[in-house]
Design a protein. Sequence first.
Length: 222
Amino acid sequence: MGYQYLLFDLDGTIVESGPGIIHAVSYALDKMGKEVTDREGLRKFIGPPLTDSMKTYYGMTDEEAAQAILYYREYYANKGIFESSVYEGFLEAALRLKAAGKTLAVATSKPEEYAKQIAEKFEFTEVFEGIYGASMDGTRVKKEDVIHYALESLGIEGLDYEKVLMIGDRKHDILGAKANGLASMGVLYGYGSRTELKDAGADYIAETTKSMADHILAMGIE
């Protein structure tokens, strides 16, 4: 089975965004009067929608989580957004896929505005057909909704869904793909584990940026 359309998660798949996200979450929690006893434990905030994580891990109400997100953005928009780096070998892998005629796009739970700024900062905007993310007003946050938005924006419909592969490092990427009837590939160089990705139902697993591209390019070759 060869895939024509490749949707990539951003945090943990294209960019190592941990430092900026952790700093911004720590800032937000401090402003909310929440004590952070395990800073390394904040890595679990990388990937999933932030509102869900604030409520799950710190017991916030909807209103408190919304305020925490505002504090998060105070830090992230000015500093955290650029406290990241592109994973080694990712751009080479992406360019190989594009040269093979694949259509690449980004589908991220990060606000689209931030995702586009990161793409411009690290000069990979032109690699992708489009960069699709969450809305700042919270109406499009869940991964399945972002993926659906990306599919619509790319004009992919019906039977063409079988030509789409979602690639990401966390279970939310895999479950979001399943909710849209898409195949998925989990990558192990990000923030998720093999167990997490397999339990979520990933169709394929890749350990490195190179093996991710190798596997995709080998698909459909007799």
